[in-house]
Design a protein around this ligand. Structure first.
Ligand SMILES: Cc1cc2nc3c(=O)[nH]c(=O)nc-3n(C[C@H](O)[C@H](O)[C@H](O)COP(=O)(O)O)c2cc1C
Ligand code: SF4
Length: 489
């Protein structure tokens, strides 16, 4: 039963009123154990699947329009259909979750590891393969521990391994611990890492993992939440699944909300049916911006997504609507920032993340993200130059040429630039660093200008002027002080 409160043993999760598919066991403190899982329809989805032909299971997933939850929102059933008739073939589970603001997969792995393992085995059965690799982010110690225990129990009880449920189906699931790198969440970098190489993305096209992935064999990479839907979906069917959510985004999805709302947390929601306003201000969800403050901006889909503002609050959380409005729902991570937030500083925090996580394989990202970081740092340190705003945009344009996606800003008569961005890079990490820059400059240019007091070359001269100036011409000093205060240094 929904309690509409935080759940002590699932820190970060809010058990709100609304349909539950993947979080329905979270309220139980023992939800991670095999005993509790079996008492709550655990492995019934697998039994159902194994009573069907593999192709029927794949068709059911296709009929349900189960959208991938890792970021791109590609339908799982359609992706599964891309595998050529080549064996061996593999399933790889992406549990590397590290997009800034995202913390939903960790909860699924910690609170309901059997649900994920069951999803893996159902997918392997549907895809006619018998080897799955479950890649879990290095820092997620509890998730790794719980999955390891759950896997041992599942093997011991014949839900995984040889002759599953007394049939002649053999499926192995290997738990692989990452070393903690954001870029390894990108599916080809994850595959490289699994192969024992440095986690760097592969160029695609020509080959996508479904055709040539792990060991250059057909490989499906799916997100943890995507596969966690399969237990419920197999038991209840595609029609029941489609009763929830919208036509384009059936079912539910997990959203991780952080920042300046009264009740941040992970919510399971019928995404296409609610708006950002419902989510941030609704009693059943985040209950509004913290007292005494107003919304300034929000990131609708993880750190890589262009920012939204008050103008976008009434948009539904529907991928196509959000894309047309200039951003993305991505990994389901929403970061809310109120009017106390320094836009330049927020921008730097995000850019710094991408600069440090860049794998360095391609020049525009390796060099460009570091330049973006350095320029933002000097602006915040009070050493910004007049040309720095244009320089930031120009460096961004080397990484992502053309008009970068952005939200409309009606007051200024700016219209939306639809998502996705173009890229000169191998993967979208480089362009992700441009999102905060373009968003912040387009909307809060005056905040940048306020910090760029004087041309850096004039700085010494101005300070000197001030020292010598005892007759009230203290403009340079005053402006400098303003910049320092605004920069917080
Ligand atoms: C830089 C980068 C990081 C990513 N990180 C993750 C991640 O942590 N988890 C994830 O599931 N997908 C991540 N993705 C998306 C994956 O490449 C892939 O599309 C996804 O795992 C496919 O699963 P799905 O179809 O079930 O959504 C990332 C993509 C990029 C470009
Ligand atoms: S865009 Fe960045 S992270 Fe992606 S491959 Fe190039 S250097 Fe690596």
């Amino acid at each position: 039963m929904a309690t509409n409160t935080y759940v002590a043993h699932a820190p970060g999760y809010v058990d709100n009123d609304g349909p539950k598919i993947v979080t329905r066991r979270f309220a139980d403190p023992e939800s991670h154990t095999l005993e509790r899982y079996l008492a709550t329809e655990g492995y019934d989805g697998l039994r159902k699947a194994m009573s069907m032909a593999p192709a029927e299971v794949a068709n059911l997933v296709k009929d349900a329009v189960l959208l991938g939850r890792g970021g791109a929102g590609f339908p799982a059933g359609v992706k599964w259909g891309f595998m050529p008739p080549v064996w061996p073939r593999y399933l790889v589970v992406n549990g590397d979750e590290s997009e800034p603001g995202t913390y939903k997969d960790r909860l699924l792995m910690e609170r309901d590891p059997h649900q994920l393992i069951e999803g893996c085995v159902i997918a392997c059965y549907a895809l006619g393969l018998n080897q799955c690799f479950l890649y879990v982010r290095g820092e997620m110690a509890l998730a790794q521990e719980r999955i390891a225990q759950a896997l041992n129990d599942a093997y011991a009880n014949n839900f995984v391994g040889k002759g599953i449920l007394g049939t002649d189906v053999d499926i192995d699931v290997v738990l692989h611990w990452g070393a903690g790198a954001y870029i390894v969440g990108e599916e080809t970098a994850l595959i490289e890492s699994l192969e024992g190489n440095r986690g760097m993305p592969r160029l695609k096209p020509p080959f996508f993992p479904a055709a040539k992935g792990l060991y250059l064999k057909p490989t499906i990479v799916n997100n943890v939440e995507t596969l966690s839907n399969l237990n419920w979906l197999l038991i209840n069917g595609a029609d029941a699944y489609k009763q929830y959510g919208s036509e384009k985004s059936p079912g539910t999805r997990m959203l991780a909300v952080s920042g300046h709302v009264k009740r941040p947390g992970v919510y399971e929601v019928e995404a296409g049916n609610i708006s950002f306003r419902d989510l941030f201000y609704g009693e059943n969800y985040c209950q509004g911006i913290r007292d005494g403050h107003e919304l300034k901006m929000f990131i609708p889909g993880g750190g890589s997504a262009p920012w939204f503002f008050g103008d976008q609050l009434d948009l539904k959380l529907e991928a196509s609507d959000v894309g047309a409005a200039g951003s993305m729902l991505g990994s389901g991570a929403l970061v809310v920032m109120d009017d106390s937030t320094d836009a330049v500083r927020a921008c730097l925090r995000l850019v710094r993340f991408y600069a440090r996580e860049s794998c360095g394989k391609c020049t525009p990202c390796r060099e460009g993200t570091s330049w973006e970081e350095k320029i933002l740092e000097r602006i915040l340190d009070g050493h910004g130059r007049q040309e720095d705003i244009d320089l930031l945009l120009s460096v961004g344009a080397q990484i992502s040429p053309g008009r970068y996606p952005a939200a409309s800003f009606e007051d200024a008569g700016l219209s939306a630039v639809p998502f996705p961005p173009r890229q000169t890079t191998i993967c979208p990490l480089g362009p992700s660093s441009v999102a905060p820059i373009v968003s912040a400059i387009r909307r809060f240019r005056s905040e940048f200008e306020a910090k760029i007091v004087l041309d850096h070359g004039d700085h010494d001269e101005v300070d000197h002027d001030h020292e010598d100036n005892h007759d009230g011409h203290g403009h340079a000093h005053d402006a400098d002080a303003t910049a320092v205060a605004a920069g917080g240094h």
